[in-house]
Design a protein around this ligand. Structure first.
Ligand code: FEO
Ligand code: CA
Ligand code: CA
Ligand code: CA
Length: 590
């Protein structure tokens, strides 16, 4: 096996785990525990978890489903923290029993709406380095759902493209959906990307944007149009409802009464997430991926500067940073070379600058609501599904997880280019970008490929020049950094490509070990590793385990994570026999 990894979080790498294993696997000497699970009660009046009887009011007061983005914001004394987490989507097939009546089905549909959105949950512990427990009924606990009012901000707020019968002003949207990855800002808010919003609507295929955003007039994936007319966008009244989703949302977890916002200035597409870098001079940029085959990489540059400190003035300023600014899309150039190093240059092509559209024949509002259509005109580089795009807080370099693209170079689709070097790219790759002069607001950059993923059977793998043994990896998705500057990579799709359970990997970015990828954990059957949060100085790693047992059914569950109730045993209080998406903390055994 692999030698022990040294550093603040020393561990002996685990071997890749077979895909069908329904276990949460950690390195020797470590243990895991679910901090919070789908259905756990958040408030004093929250009903107990009971999936046998779907209840929307109960679900609104409980932890939601399919946790994806995660952060654990530790407070000054180290004994309290805020857990902030997305609830991307629902797996109705395994969550609730089949309905026996229309009334029951209505309850199920409403419960799935309530299981979406976001959660803020207070945590506590007795001492630093210990495991966290969540506090039921804590004052900052909050659930945001597919029904919570959001304020639209920025140039497209109030435009004709976002008005509906229920919101003739075009400024207030109910709910957030498809919230995938995200980022925590230096001013203490959480950003979350509305990704696969198209699956929630029945839409007019001839409406502007329908084709480019994957909207069609088939019944939606979630069936909510049966209970809320706004999800049927074939009607004149709600023709614009889909234009009100696909944004970066900003949530202030410190204030449970704050109105969450959707920022039109950051464009509308299948936002994976957004991660902010603040330059030395206060320039604020956000990097963003549009997670679709052959879609693009974007950068937002705020027109305001970041203000340090906790004054009311600084807070007011910082909460406006994402409401106004310039929007760019990336074009990579360079030539393919086997060593993958210093491959080329790139430019940030302007879509909106100083409040004006740079796209021929499109207004600012059009650019921000139909951003894909606008970007297409500038001929950016079609990418292999950019998921997390994260600037390193240590170096300022930006890492882009291109998860996979099995259509690359197939049929009429675009062929390879230097930044997307493989046809039928099943395993994905990671790009490393250095902004010109290492300035966040630069309009050009240098780049190289950090990792071309795969296992020993995959053609063309590359690990930043490292030629020793590495963990097999496929479908990189969420990225995080530890306090020493190492990159951590979680995966979504290893079972289907390399036959291994999805994983969390670590890779140094500098020094002699650059590119030496090792595996830290593996998630249970059919689950995706989301979130990762690395508190290496505190001896902890956190992940959000998403969609465990997703291919099962109510009567044929295929994961028992995290309660693992023994067959035939009666579940203990608060436990369940079926799978529950959960936030897990991994710590050293004491
Ligand atoms: Fe929800 Fe792009 O992953
Ligand atoms: Ca993702
Ligand atoms: Ca991330
Ligand atoms: Ca993914």
């Amino acid at each position: 096996g692999e030698k022990a990894v040294r550093g603040k979080l020393p561990f002996t790498p685990i071997a890749a785990v077979d895909a069908a294993e329904d276990a949460f696997t950690v390195p020797q000497g470590y243990e895991w525990r679910a901090i919070i699970r789908w259905g756990d009660p958040l408030f004093h009046d929250s009903p107990a978890f009971d999936p046998e009887n779907p209840d929307p009011e109960a679900q609104e007061r409980q932890f939601g489903y399919n946790n994806d983005y995660l952060d654990i914001l530790v407070e000054k004394n180290g004994k309290k923290a805020l857990l902030c987490c997305n609830h991307e989507y629902t797996n109705r097939n395994i969550m609730f029993p089949p309905s026996r009546s229309a009334a029951e089905e209505e309850q199920v549909l409403k419960a799935t709406m309530a299981a979406h959105g976001f959660a803020v949950v207070e945590l506590e512990r007795n001492r630093k380095g210990a495991q966290w427990r969540y506090i039921k009924g804590a004052p900052r606990n909050r659930r945001i759902t597919a029904s919570t009012p959001f304020e639209l901000t920025g140039p497209a707020a109030g435009s004709d493209f976002v008005k509906t019968a229920a919101d003739p002003e075009g400024t207030t949207v109910l709910g957030t959906i498809g919230n995938c990855a995200g980022g925590t800002t230096p001013w203490g808010t959480i950003l979350s990307g509305e990704e696969n919003f198209n699956g929630y609507f029945k839409a007019d295929p001839s409406a502007r944007g329908s084709a480019r955003y994957g909207l069609n007039n088939r019944p939606s994936n979630y069936g909510w149009e049966a209970i809320e007319p706004r999800f049927d966008a074939t009607s004149e009244a709600y023709r614009n409802e889909p234009n009100r989703f696909g944004y970066i949302v900003e949530i202030d977890p410190s204030d449970p009464t704050s109105t969450p916002r959707k920022h039109t200035a950051m464009g509308r597409f299948k936002h994976e997430g957004a991660n902010v870098r603040v330059d030395e001079d206060g320039t604020v940029v956000a990097y963003m991926g549009d997670d679709e085959r052959f879609d693009y990489l974007y950068k937002f540059v705020s027109s305001r500067k970041f203000m340090k400190g906790g004054s009311a003035k600084a807070r007011r300023n910082n909460l406006q940073l994402l409401t106004e600014g310039d929007l760019y899309v990336a074009r990579f150039s360079g030539s393919q070379r086997p060593d993958n190093d210093n491959l080329g240059r790139g430019v940030w092509l302007p879509l909106v600058v100083d409040g004006e559209s740079r796209v021929p024949q499109m207004s600012v509002e059009e650019v921000l609501v139909f951003t894909r259509e606008a970007a297409d005109k500038l001929r950016p580089t079609p990418m292999d599904r950019p998921e997390d795009v994260e600037p390193s807080p240590h170096s300022g370099k930006v890492y882009v997880a291109c998860t996979n693209n099995t259509n690359r170079g197939v049929g009429q689709n675009p062929g390879t280019d230097a930044a997307n070097p493989r046809v039928n790219n099943k395993e994905g790759h990671i790009i490393e970008i250095t902004e010109r002069g290492n300035r966040a607001g630069a309009t050009s950059f240098d780049w190289n490929i950090l990792i071309v993923c795969g296992d020993e059977s995959t053609e063309g793998t590359y690990f930043a020049g490292w030629d020793g043994p590495v963990a097999p990896i496929s479908s990189p998705d969420n990225l995080a950094f530890d306090s020493e500057g190492n990159l951590w990579i979680s995966t979504d799709g290893q079972p289907g490509t390399i036959g291994k359970a999805d994983a969390l990997h670590r890779v140094p970015l500098t020094g002699a070990e650059r590119g030496h990828l090792t595996q830290f954990l593996a998630v249970p059957n059919q689950a995706e590793t989301c979130g990762p949060v690395i508190h290496d100085q505190d001896g902890s790693v956190f992940v959000a385990v998403q969609h465990p047992g997703e291919d099962g059914s109510w009567d044929d569950q295929q994961s028992y994570f995290p309660d693992y109730v023994p067959a035939g045993a009666k579940p203990r209080r608060g436990e369940w026999r079926g799978p529950r998406p959960s936030v897990v903390q991994v710590t050293r055994k004491r």
